[in-house]
Design a protein around this ligand. Structure first.
Ligand SMILES: NC(=O)c1ccc[n+]([C@@H]2O[C@H](COP(=O)([O-])OP(=O)(O)OC[C@H]3O[C@@H](n4cnc5c(N)ncnc54)[C@H](O)[C@@H]3O)[C@@H](O)[C@H]2O)c1
Length: 307
């Protein structure tokens, strides 16, 4: 394979410079269709600046860790001060990371946090809209009994509003905050954590979560359409069951774990670090022709159950 490190490349160049470098490589006369570039160039995020919401725990923490471990400068945004501090301590020594305390359902706070991140790191190349709360139980319990409190008639206005604020409105505010910085800088990546709840119904999770995640998935497609002109790529990651702290740690409950093991083809839940490859990919030069996509990472759970 032709060596692919073209003229002038060095670690720490900006994402835009890297895209230009890959374009320059592609245009080289000796490049043949089917030639691959090396993984360290395809997935190189070093020197880029990222903001990750909900970065103090679970999926967001794993995303922040993989970006920082690969040389990105990362702002960890969360509303949980204690977990944010613990997350900062967990990051690899020498990682260029900082924190912002903000509530993603409050657009003023979110804008302030994005402005501070852009000021500290000079730009925002990737924004992960990931923060969220549990959707609450559904109309069936995990042992298949009806749960009147979580029927359509039983769900309170307060719960509906909280879930929509966290999983739909906050995604809208985060896309707004990110696009405001990415347009003038000439591009960027916005990556939203949706869920397989955006694709299929689920009896054990509340209806508001289903609606909010499906809404967020379509918002991703609409934003991708509008922002393509500005070289801002917008995609979604749709996880299946991951063992995180969501819903007060409900996914660590042995009965819930057993339910997911039973109903998912790979027979287990995912650990948070299993999100890392997909997150890195979507933030990297390797994904530069992908926009408006929702990538499922669920061990086959959305396919149905198998033996
Ligand atoms: N764990 C799963 O099985 C699963 C499956 C599909 C989708 N998801 C989605 O993944 C995302 C991350 O969830 P997780 O499972 O890692 O949960 P988690 O509870 O481990 O982490 C969520 C983080 O978001 C933060 N957060 C919540 N509300 C916030 C707010 N208003 N402002 C700022 N920060 C806030 C929390 O403090 C926490 O640190 C969520 O959008 C969730 O819906 C999770």
């Amino acid at each position: 394979m032709t060596p692919l490190r073209p003229i002038g490349e060095s670690r720490g160049t900006t994402a835009r410079a890297k895209v230009r470098i890959l374009d320059a490589w592609r245009a080289r006369e000796d490049a043949k269709p089917g030639d691959a570039v090396r993984a360290e160039e395809l997935f190189d995020v070093s020197g880029t600046a990222a903001v990750v919401t909900g970065a103090a725990s679970g999926i967001g923490l794993a995303i922040a860790q993989v970006l920082a471990a690969n040389g990105a400068r990362v702002t960890l945004l969360d509303r949980d001060a204690a977990r944010l501090e613990a997350a900062l301590q967990e990051m690899a020594a020498g990682a260029d990371v900082r924190t912002e305390m903000a509530d993603v359902t409050d657009r003023v706070e979110l804008d302030r946090a994005f402005d501070a991140a852009a000021k500290a790191h000079g730009r925002i190349d990737a924004a992960f809209a990931n923060a969220g709360i549990g959707g609450g139980p559904g109309f069936l319990t995990i042992d298949g009994r009806r749960n009147a409190e979580n029927s359509f008639e039983g769900i309170s206005e307060e719960r509906w509003n909280a879930v929509i604020a966290h999983h739909l409105s906050s995604v809208f505010w985060t896309i707004q905050a990110a696009a405001r910085h990415m347009k003038p800088q000439g591009g960027g990546r916005i990556i939203v954590t949706t869920s397989i709840a955006a694709l299929k119904t689920e009896a054990i999770i509340g209806a508001p979560y289903m609606a909010a995640k499906a809404g967020a998935a379509h918002l991703v497609r609409q934003a991708a359409l509008e922002l393509a002109r500005y070289n801002i790529l917008v995609n979604a990651i749709a996880p299946g069951p991951f063992r995180t702290n969501i819903s007060g740690g409900r996914l660590n409950d042995p009965a819930v774990r057993e339910f997911h093991a039973r109903t998912s083809p790979l027979k287990r839940m995912a650990e948070p670090d299993e999100i890392m490859g997909l997150a890195l990919f979507l933030a990297s030069p390797a994904a530069r022709y992908i926009t408006g996509a929702q990538m499922v990472i669920d061990g086959g759970a959305s396919l149905g159950s198998a033996d």
